[in-house]
Design a binder for this molecule. Sequence first.
Ligand SMILES: Cc1cc2nc3c(=O)[nH]c(=O)nc-3n(C[C@H](O)[C@H](O)[C@H](O)COP(=O)(O)OP(=O)(O)OC[C@H]3O[C@@H](n4cnc5c(N)ncnc54)[C@H](O)[C@@H]3O)c2cc1C
Length: 451
Amino acid sequence: MPKLRLAVIGAGPAGIYASDILLKHERAFDVSIDLFDHLPAPYGLVRYGVAPDHPRIKGIINALRDVLDRGDIRIFGNVRFGVDITLDDLKKHYNAVIFATGAVKDAPLDIPGIDLDGSYGAAEFVSWFDGHPDVPREWPLEAQSLAVIGNGNVALDVARMLAKHPEDLLPTEIPANVYEGLKKSPITDVHVFGRRGPMQVKFTPLELRELGELRDVDMIVHEEDFDYDEASEAALKTNKQVMVIDKVLKQWRARSVGEASRRLHLHFFAKPLEVVGDDSGRVSAFRYERTEPDGEGGVRGTGEIREVPIQALYRAVGYFGSQLDGVPFDAERGVIPNHEGQALNEHNEIVPGVYATGWIKRGPVGLIGHTKSDAMETVSHLVNDQASWWTPESPSEESVVELLDARGIQYTDLDGWHRLDEHEIALGAPQERARIKVVPRDEMVKVSRGE
Ligand SMILES: Cc1cc2nc3c(=O)[nH]c(=O)nc-3n(C[C@H](O)[C@H](O)[C@H](O)COP(=O)(O)OP(=O)(O)OC[C@H]3O[C@@H](n4cnc5c(N)ncnc54)[C@H](O)[C@@H]3O)c2cc1C
């Protein structure tokens, strides 16, 4: 029987689901899959994006782990595509590659002052609080009052992590340096700004409701934001998510506030205009224009300019994918241009042997579950494209190991990931915590490799 030697780059949910789906897919050939990730630990944004106080979502790792534990997917962690292994290498050893490299960078917000000291991207902060090995261990938490720009789930994650009392994060897997950092924060007020109205938000009801359950944090909403137009009323009648969001906000509008030591303010109809700086170039205020419904579900400016004094600002306006060496890239959307997962070149022609799935295929939107349906589409093309796969000169499984060894790459494997997992769980046990994450990359590699 012929054999498909497949490289999958990225061991986040998209890469793991694609590997799993291919192994279970009806096909007339054998499959041998090597899954590469530049991090020494798998699971992508489930480990390094999903907030530590969301243990139910973090639990998806158990399902992904079950797939890997079957042992029919070979794993190489701590191997970066484009540096440690290239497209030419892959063509020598495999019949095809699926890129599942996700999106890790912040999308830009093009307003004056966005580069001032004290202005941060949400993705950087998320990487810090989730213990990503490639960001600094320290995070400057000096602001008493700060702004979070955006109305999606990431904006709410950032706002919640900043407003929450750090002791309430202790039962979670937050790294020790993150707990210590948050403990020193003098924060009292977190302001979340969205350009549109409460009925047009992108966050989900569950994420919103959670904010109201934070201990010693008052939720502040403003009556002026709740004069719904026709489009909002229509959304409210027809969309269940919107109905629940309205219900949650109604409860907060009726609540008395003033007792809590911290406040989380939601501002709707606020279009970002400028991050204002002081003489030393530090963030000192956020300037925005009040918007109003345009009757069609969107908003238009009213000309009324407002300013809120703040000392830090986080933009949570989306993630953005990174370009991969030798692989087509759509610089506008931050994705590999593709037809249902088949990579396309600049002439819109299919590039043989190159596939994409997950956030690098579709853009950084959607939940973990969506990467599964995504992977099905990509895999079914891969299976049907047998005639156009590459013809590698050294397809043996050993030849890739020889290549990595010859380059002195300290890769980690499935057993190594188990060792790291057990080590982290053991670190947390004396404090009755789920785990304590190991953050420095060299330490992760050492533990994984049993050195
Ligand atoms: C802050 C945040 C919170 C979220 N919370 C939730 C939630 O609560 N619930 C939910 O369902 N979804 C949530 N999501 C969405 C979810 O994380 C994504 O849907 C999912 O992770 C996308 O999967 P992916 O595999 O495409 O990308 P990723 O998860 O990003 O995985 C990509 C992998 O590729 C690797 N990689 C990248 N470049 C290279 C390279 N050059 N060489 C080798 N490896 C590489 C990365 O290390 C990573 O492991 C959240 C996302 C964010 C950003």
